[in-house]
Design a binder for this molecule. Structure first.
Ligand code: SF4
Length: 446
């Protein structure tokens, strides 16, 4: 094994993905009064981001790890949108001062299944309950199997200007093994529609470590992806956890690449993108130099939340819909994951919030440190000392050559671009809450 792969394997121990700090399985329910205080504080904010979760999909992908329900019933889609509108109405009175929506994102599930007139109603409702003047970014996740050029046209007309395509892999053998068949031509037709409208903000999500994948199949998939010139690509590592995600039992374990093969595939894909003009902007994410994420990284404005990397101003992020998570900076909450419970709460005119967490001082400092690692690729000595005191918390990372002195500024350490694949490990080593016995809860760092 090459030195690179040895390091990749060594630092790919079970790690949280750190889309929140603390990770959601470490949240501790906050008192009711804290939640009401946070909601009251919303009345004073002038900008916010919104995430809408649409849980329905038409067909199950075997690898899926999301909160989703499988149905082709448009009636169910419409009934659910009705609940989203009612949930939004429950926020009326809290959001009057918001005159700038930083980011409006629809995720899922398959939000591209939401009937266009329903999307229009949601956007209108959001406008009505805020003092909206500007929506900075409107984005949506697209399943190419159930979307067509007409739908793309409708979405553009509604104001969407970033489109996220679930690709996973273009190889037919791999697609059969994961129960998700979609051709290059399907994706190409949708991208061509975007290009006709001079929209270049679209990204592709791929998964590495899937059954039947090899370096050559991934190479062929990446070559097809680059023909369509996405401004960003995300390369996610498949985590096979059939005990927690029973649908993954549909995947034949014998067809999964072994650890070394998976590491080789990951390293190959990463190098392929770097050789072809993409920059690695953070964990799993690559972007062209012209993309806002890359520019934000260079300017120190990159942020990370439940949806991944973003250029949007950080807080508050308000999650609407089943299982959605809200992030107010020092406070998180999550909506009910069960549709019946979600619906019952909405019908009783209660916000469907079931889980909360208030960050204490130390957790706030740790959150800042971990965001620095993921978004700025640097570590400030003083921030480490505020969390760990005058200890040698950085010694292990220095010894492993994962962080390096910055000559001109002794107060900072930098993480080199070549060590981006190890940032989950670096963050874990500076996470005061994480104890070894808890590691098995998290997926592998690769
Ligand atoms: S489309 Fe996405 S959310 Fe739906 S089943 Fe497939 S992986 Fe899961």
């Amino acid at each position: 094994m090459s030195q690179k792969l040895v390091r990749l394997e060594k630092f790919s121990q079970n790690c949280p993905r750190y889309t929140s700090y603390p990770p959601i399985n470490m949240w501790q329910q906050a008192p009711e009064s804290s939640l009401s205080n946070q909601l009251q504080k919303l009345k004073t904010v002038s900008s916010a981001s919104f995430y809408f979760h649409f849980p329905y999909c038409q067909k199950l992908c075997y690898y899926c790890g999301c909160h989703r329900k499988i149905t082709k019933s448009e009636e169910k889609y419409r009934n659910y949108v009705n609940l989203l509108l009612q949930e939004l109405e429950l926020y009326a009175g809290y959001l009057n001062n918001i005159d700038r929506i930083e980011d409006l994102h629809f995720g899922g599930g398959t939000p591209s299944l939401i009937p266009t007139d329903c999307l229009e109603l949601i956007i209108k409702k959001l406008m009505d309950i805020t003092n909206k003047k500007i929506i900075e970014e409107m984005s949506i996740e697209i399943d190419p199997r159930t979307c067509d050029s007409f739908k793309i046209e409708e979405l553009i007309n509604l104001g969407f200007h970033r489109f996220s395509f679930g690709i996973q892999d273009f190889d037919v053998e791999v697609q059969q093994a994961i129960g998700r068949i979609q051709s290059f031509e399907q994706v190409e037709a949708l991208v061509q529609q975007l290009q006709r409208h001079k929209i270049s903000s679209y990204n592709f999500d791929l998964i590495l470590g899937l059954p039947r994948q090899s370096i050559s199949s991934v190479g062929a998939s990446l070559e097809l992806c680059l023909k369509l010139k996405p401004s960003r690509l995300a390369l996610y590592s498949y985590a096979h956890m059939p005990k927690h995600l029973p649908n993954q039992k549909l995947i034949d374990e014998n067809e999964l690449p072994n650890t070394q093969e998976k590491l080789e595939i990951i390293e190959f894909a990463r190098s392929y993108l770097l050789k072809n003009g993409y920059k690695e902007i953070g964990m799993d994410h690559f972007a062209l130099e012209s993309d806002e994420l890359f520019i934000a990284r260079n300017e120190g404005n990159l942020h990370r939340n439940f949806m991944g990397y973003t250029t949007a101003k950080a807080y508050p992020l308000i999650g609407i819909g089943l299982s959605s998570i809200s992030d107010f900076g020092d406070f998180y909450y999550q909506n009910a994951k069960d549709l019946t419970e979600y619906q019952e709460r909405i019908e009783k005119k209660q916000l469907p919030i079931v889980k909360t967490h208030q960050l204490d001082e130390k957790q706030l400092k740790s959150k800042e440190l971990i965001l620095d690692i993921f978004c700025k690729l640097k570590i400030e000595q003083q921030k480490v000392e505020k969390i760990f005191g005058e200890s040698n918390a950085l010694e292990h990372l220095l010894k492993e050559n994962l962080i390096h002195d910055i000559e001109e500024n002794k107060n900072f350490y930098k993480i080199r671009a070549s060590d981006i694949p190890h940032i989950r490990y670096i963050a874990k080593k500076l996470d005061p809450m994480l104890k070894d016995k808890e590691e098995e809860r998290f997926s592998s760092g690769v």
